[in-house]
Ligand binder design. Structure first.
Ligand code: PIT
Length: 381
């Protein structure tokens, strides 16, 4: 009975694009702004995570003085520290009816990203000099405004280092502007397609683990993201492998009997239950995590067909495999991880907590071996 109608139309979503995209994500967006090579020189760190984090404490991020197990995983080059917190405390934001220009200077020339509803610009709070990101969302009708107010409501509840933080919001007749934490690393999507940037399996472990931590927290807060894809994962900087999840435009509180009607453009990330107009739930996000993992490891999109229709059929038939040569050197643990997420029946998929306990994300000796492989094969160069 609780039905929500959602429109999904992304910047990479037109049917005509799918033709040229085929299966290789790397081919997509070639010729776009080139990403930098990133190299993280911090030693590998690990920390014991409590099995069960309560909703309240899940958002609490440890300061830098936490226990570190340096060296246990050998001379790994990747950091397992949480990403930096926003440079401000969590805020409960209500949209202000004022002119944003009174308080912030928006750099209209500097576009950080484009989403479904508008562009994201770099901006500065005049009083503090704080650098932030402003997402300008065109919203004229009351209905459109309600959608954005929902996004604000959702972000107000989310206080976690892997989820982009909201700082302020301004509402005018034609738009609502969200002022958010600024991160400078660009989309994880760009690292997948960047020929110069060789994503190793160990990099992927670190990225996916953080996405899982963010998702685990959201799910503990009873919130579904429902639009997870590489474009919605931001790298904190070019130099590290820290990420933050963005775009809570489709996020919502889990309601046991809610179905989603999605008017999709790009179907490659949709879970079968979304296409079938069945109930969506926490496992819906876990499906997307499986797709992202597959893409990060291979640069390929697991269900992408020659056209949207073929893609949808592949998803509904849960037809995917590891046959491409890109998977030759990928560990069995990684394949097992994906296999336990890309499961058609949502009740059989791993949860975020189970994913974090999966050997691929938790087995230190495996990470040590993956790191040795990086060193031996020079994948890090
Ligand atoms: C940044 C840097 C950047 C993009 C963004 C933020 C975008 C964030 C964003 C957040 C949302 C959303 C869409 C985009 O719906 O390059 O600091 O909640």
């Amino acid at each position: 009975q609780d039905q929500a109608e959602l429109i999904l139309e992304g910047p990479h979503t037109s049917a005509s694009q799918s033709e040229e995209r085929k299966k290789t994500t790397k081919e997509r967006e070639e010729g776009e702004e080139e990403g930098d090579v990133f190299q993280d020189s911090e030693p590998e760190l690990d920390e014991e995570k409590g099995e069960d984090v309560s909703a309240e404490s899940a958002g609490k991020v440890e300061d830098d003085g936490k226990k570190r197990h340096k060296g246990e995983a050998g001379e790994s080059t990747k950091s397992e520290n949480p990403p930096p917190l926003a440079p401000f405390d969590h805020r409960i934001v209500t949209p202000k009816p004022h002119q944003i220009a009174t308080y912030y200077t928006i750099n209209r020339d500097e576009v950080l990203g484009g989403g479904r509803f508008g562009q994201v610009h770099k901006c500065m709070e005049n009083s503090s000099g704080l650098t932030l990101a402003a997402k300008i969302i065109k919203a004229r009708s009351q209905k459109e405004k309600e959608v954005v107010r929902n996004e604000i409501q959702v972000m107000n509840q989310l206080n976690h280092a892997n989820l982009i933080q909201l700082y302020a919001a301004f509402e005018s007749r034609h738009d609502i502007i969200l002022v958010m934490e600024y991160v400078e690393g660009g989309e994880l999507f760009d690292r997948i397609i960047d020929e110069n940037y060789n994503l190793t399996e160990l990099d992927t472990v670190l990225f996916i683990r953080q996405i899982c931590e963010g998702l685990q927290y959201m799910h503990k807060m009873y919130i579904l993201h429902l639009d997870l894809k590489p474009e919605n994962i931001l790298c904190v900087s070019r130099a590290t492998n820290k990420i933050k999840i963005i775009d809570f435009g489709l996020a919502r509180r889990y309601k046991p009997r809610e179905k989603l009607r999605v008017n999709f453009g790009t179907p490659e990330f949709l879970a079968p239950e979304v296409i079938n107009y069945e109930f969506v739930s926490f496992p819906t996000d876990m499906w997307s995590l499986g797709v992202i993992t597959y893409m990060l490891l291979s640069g390929l999109s697991p269900f992408l067909g020659d056209d949207d229709n073929e893609t949808l059929n592949n998803i509904l038939a849960c037809q995917w495999n590891f046959e491409e040569e890109e998977f030759t050197d990928i560990s069995d643990e990684a394949k097992d991880f994906i296999t336990r997420l890309l499961v058609k029946s949502k009740s059989w998929r791993m949860s975020a907590a189970e994913s974090l306990r999966h050997p691929w994300l938790s087995d230190r000796s495996l990470h040590y071996r993956l790191n040795q492989k990086v060193i031996l094969t020079g994948q890090h160069i």
